[in-house]
Design a protein around this ligand. Structure first.
Ligand code: ATP
Ligand code: MG
Length: 253
């Protein structure tokens, strides 16, 4: 970890009609860090991801990526700068084979530039990336249509789509949700490897035990506000966090 601030969110707010989905949220993320974002259903986690990644424009507040303001830029421009995200509700190209789903990021100006304008065999690069995230080439899984893949593979495909962009920051919106314990256990080394490769991550998660194995720092959302920030486990001892999670001051294990 170099200690440089890679992402800064300043007083972001967003309302949908009468619902204040995000209220004056601020935090900063250091290069190489894994930040966990937790909070009850509807507390604004996905909205926060949408605001940072350009899918929703904030009412007020600012987002800085590597010192440059990116507030209000469209998603493809933000992705092209190196900040990408997975979707909680996945949107693969269902009728395309899994590896063809990576063609869009592999064609991005960012990736073209990193290859000196030479694209080479994009299909081979796509299949190598799918190898990296655990698609069995021998079983021909990369060649199956995305629509036919079980959830565990679709979650990995989401990560592969992000990796294909050669990103600096990946925001994962519930990559563990819906997966079995063994699928989660097999995905953790992949996330650790991304961190080893120098990728900074934000992980939105309800699976606290697994998240806390990975996260350096956690922020807790409730009714659109950041109610706590700190190192995992310690943050769960915060009285407001216990109330948000259990409505009582129950002790965490
Ligand atoms: N596009 C939208 N239009 C209207 N309301 C929205 C929209 N997106 C989010 N909301 C509302 O904003 C609030 C926060 O929703 P959000 O999806 O960000 O929560 P979340 O923390 O990601 O929840 P979950 O844990 O269930 O994924 C909710 O009340 C939700 O209904
Ligand atoms: Mg969500």
């Amino acid at each position: 970890m170099s200690g440089e601030c890679i992402l800064e969110v300043r007083k972001l707010s967003k309302a949908f009609g009468g619902v204040q989905a995000i209220r004056s949220v601020h935090f900063s993320l250091m290069e190489g860090e894994i930040l966990g974002v937790i909070g009850p259903n509807g507390s604004g986690k996905t909205t926060l991801v949408n605001l940072i990644s350009g899918f929703v424009r904030p009412d007020t507040g600012q987002v800085f990526f590597k010192g440059k303001e990116i507030t209000g830029l469209p998603p493809h421009k933000i992705a092209n700068l190196g900040l990408t995200r997975t979707f909680q509700v996945m949107r693969p190209y269902h009728t395309l084979s899994a590896f063809k789903n990576l063609i869009v990021p592999l064609n991005s100006p960012r990736v073209r530039q990193s290859r000196g304008g030479k694209l080479g065999d994009r299909d081979a690069v796509a299949i190598d990336i799918l190898d990296e995230v655990g698609f069995e080439r021998d079983a021909r899984v990369p060649f199956k249509t995305a629509g036919s893949l079980p959830l565990g593979y679709l979650k990995r495909l989401e990560l592969a789509r992000c990796i294909a962009l050669k990103p600096e920051v990946i925001i994962c919106d519930e990559v563990f949700s819906g997966l079995s314990m063994s699928e989660i256990t097999s995905m953790i080394p992949l996330l650790e490897r991304l961190r080893m490769d120098g990728i900074t991550m934000i992980m939105i998660e309800h699976r606290l035990r697994e998240l806390f194995r990975l996260a350096d720092k956690v922020i807790v959302m409730n009714f659109g506000e950041k109610i706590a920030e700190g190192i995992p486990h310690e943050v769960m001892e915060n009285e407001m966090v216990k109330k948000a999670y259990w409505g009582t001051e129950k002790k965490t294990s």
